[in-house]
Design a protein around this ligand. Structure first.
Ligand code: NAD
Length: 330
């Protein structure tokens, strides 16, 4: 009988050291390095398991063509780029890797928050370009972090890790998450609010840590930003679609937002005409110095990347050996 075939669809290039360490004895492993879903045509149909990263989407038509796939692993946390319902109809479990980069994403959210609230990025960029006085007056007013409200949307793994970090800085941590059971606020020593409006009304920083769903798409838009305290900050390390970045750019012009940290965008890499990217690249636009943009790297550290590859591979091995997969999300 032919050896089972496991494909890594995207993101991981030639070196499959980690995948082969786990799967080498049981399967033939291949990296397809696809740049789009079309690139998978004729290359995935006979796969026994698939590992999918974040560079491509897997829709119903692709899933329909899978002849003997026993598992699709989304090597990452968010699985909005794979049609889980189509996989379920086809009887294929979709799993994610929920526990490789929890701390790093929280670190990035807090890192952006600190940089924005302390004026670190703003001052560095301005002075480097010879703009303004060599003085704190450029960034006025900056307020003491202690006691400022850090507003979390989605108190899951990353939201909790961010809450603990913000709390350690003396911030007043408040969260909105209609799906967590009662009492999490008590065990963490943070505050829970019942509605998004309440959170927006009190937060100095709004940091979404929810998945991208129909409910959370553009949960932070112009009307949400208008409900925030004037001069607040938005930090998005969740998914691009959660925040309307055009509204962010406009709110920075009007002063409703004093800045934003953006790790994720709806289209990555963004088009040149993305309104926030255009504003951020324009030295004359207020967003130029007030917005921090990162290329979806909040998850990244060498240790976490290795963990994600190993855990994704281990889940494939489980199904090839006839054991039930872990972390099924569909
Ligand atoms: P998680 O599932 O542990 O937590 C998500 C939380 O969001 C849950 O508590 C859930 O109840 C809550 N939620 C769902 N819908 C909500 C809504 N409408 N309003 C408020 N809360 C809602 O997930 P996690 O591991 O904490 O990851 C969170 C998100 O971070 C992921 O979905 C992923 O998209 C994103 N992420 C980004 C990166 C990155 O590199 N930037 C890396 C990993 C994960």
């Amino acid at each position: 009988m032919a050896r089972p075939r496991v494909v890594v669809t995207d993101f991981i290039g030639g070196d499959l050291e980690h995948e082969l360490n786990v799967l080498g004895g049981a399967a033939h492993v291949e990296a397809l390095a696809a740049a789009s879903e079309q690139d998978l045509q004729g290359r995935i149909e006979d796969a026994d398991a698939m590992m999918v990263y974040h560079c491509i989407s897997i829709g119903a038509e692709t899933i329909e063509r899978l002849e003997r796939c026993k598992l699709i692993v989304r090597c990452g946390v968010g699985y909005d780029n794979v049609d889980g319902a189509a996989a379920r109809r086809k009887g294929i479990p979709l799993a994610n890797v929920p526990d490789y980069g929890t701390e790093e994403v929280a670190d990035s959210a807090i890192g952006m928050t600190l940089s924005l609230m302390r004026g670190i990025n703003f001052l560095n960029r301005r002075l480097q370009r010879g703009r303004g006085e060599w003085s704190y007056t450029q960034i006025r007013p900056v307020h003491r972090l202690r006691g400022r409200v850090f507003g979390i949307i989605g108190l899951g793994r990353i939201g909790t890790a961010a809450a603990l970090r913000a709390k350690a800085l003396g911030m007043d941590v408040v969260y909105y998450d209609p799906y967590v059971p009662d009492g999490r606020d008590k065990s963490l020593g943070v505050r829970r609010v019942e509605t998004l409006e309440e959170l927006l009304g009190m937060a100095h920083v709004v940091s979404p840590h929810c998945p991208l769903t129909e409910e959370t798409r553009h949960i932070i838009d112009s009307s949400a930003i208008a409900k925030m305290r004037r001069g607040g900050f938005v930090v998005n390390t969740s998914r691009g679609g959660v925040v309307d970045v055009q509204a962010v750019a406009e709110a920075i012009v009007g002063g409703q937002l004093a800045g934003a940290g953006i790790d994720v965008l709806e289209t990555e890499p963004p088009a040149d005409d993305n309104p926030l990217i255009r504003a951020w690249r324009d030295p004359e636009h207020p967003a130029h110095d007030r917005v921090i943009v990162n290329p979806h790297t909040a998850f990244y550290c060498e240790e976490g990347l290795e963990e994600m590859r190993i855990k994704g591979s281990e889940n494939c091995l489980r199904v090839l050996e006839g054991r039930p997969p872990r972390n099924v999300v569909n």
